[in-house]
Design a protein around this ligand. Structure first.
Ligand code: PXP
Length: 239
């Protein structure tokens, strides 16, 4: 069974459009859990454009499932993580000008840094995952940092879905996942997944959890969050 991590950043994005108090991502997290989410994912960005420090703290105190804290590998974020002690940290690259996380981490370039960074988080009992593109060299470098998990970036596949490039993008994910398992890494995946393109991803062996945000929150705007999460959970459970 593949687990569903619901990314609630987009709820906070709507709140920040008015810099007010609604909708509250904490309420969204509770509804997502009641609808069957196996975990809640939130990204505290350097510029605090959606999730705030208050949100991440309250999420940890409120949710009953697992908090996957997405963050950049900075000293500032390390201090936040050690303060709130989420179930897991997923390290992502972050550029201030991007609309969303654009590519995976370049683990090869900062392997030694990430090794030390990971060790410190793990010494506080936090599981660490690296968000990477489905490339063998990145998978190998990730395994050398000592992390427990990688999260494979499905964005390229999502963009290629229903085009001639879909099969190549899919194969890359399949092969990267198989290689990661060989190297004793555990595998999550996410980014750009929706109610259609997610089905093929579920045929990849050994993926433990999918982190899905935009598509679920988009559907929630129209049919409600409870239904949107349940519908996605049903797809994941049907494979
Ligand atoms: N996984 C990671 C590492 C992400 O950065 C994001 C986007 O914040 C997601 C999953 C979810 O992507 P989407 O919102 O496109 O479903």
């Amino acid at each position: 069974m593949v687990l569903l991590g619901v990314n609630i950043d987009h709820v906070a994005t709507i709140r920040e459009a008015r810099q007010g108090i609604e909708p509250d991502p904490i309420a969204a997290a509770i509804i997502a859990e009641l609808a069957g989410a196996d975990g809640i994912t939130a990204h505290l960005r350097e510029d605090r454009r959606h999730i705030s420090d208050r949100d991440i703290k309250l999420l940890k105190q409120t949710i009953n499932t697992r908090l996957n804290f997405e963050m950049a590998a900075t000293e500032e974020m390390k201090a936040v993580a050690i303060d709130i002690l989420p179930y897991a940290v997923t390290l992502v690259p972050e550029k201030r000008e991007e609309v969303t996380t654009e590519g995976g981490l370049n683990v090869i370039r900062q392997k030694e840094y990430l090794k030390e960074y990971t060790k410190e988080l793990q010494s506080h009992g936090i599981i660490v995952s690296l968000f990477i593109d489905p490339e063998f060299e990145q998978v190998k470098a990730a395994s050398e940092t000592g992390v427990e998990y990688i999260e494979l970036h499905t964005g390229q596949y999502a963009e290629a879905f229903n085009t001639v490039e879909e099969n190549v993008a899919f194969k890359n994910l399949e092969q990267a996942a198989a290689y990661a398992i060989e190297l004793n890494l555990r595998v999550n995946a996410g980014h750009g997944l929706n109610y259609n393109n997610v089905k093929k991803i579920l045929s990849i062996k050994n993926i433990e959890e999918l982190n899905i945000g935009h598509s679920i929150i988009s559907k929630a705007v129209l049919v409600g969050l409870n239904t949107a999460v349940r519908d996605m959970k049903n797809i994941l459970d049907s494979f």
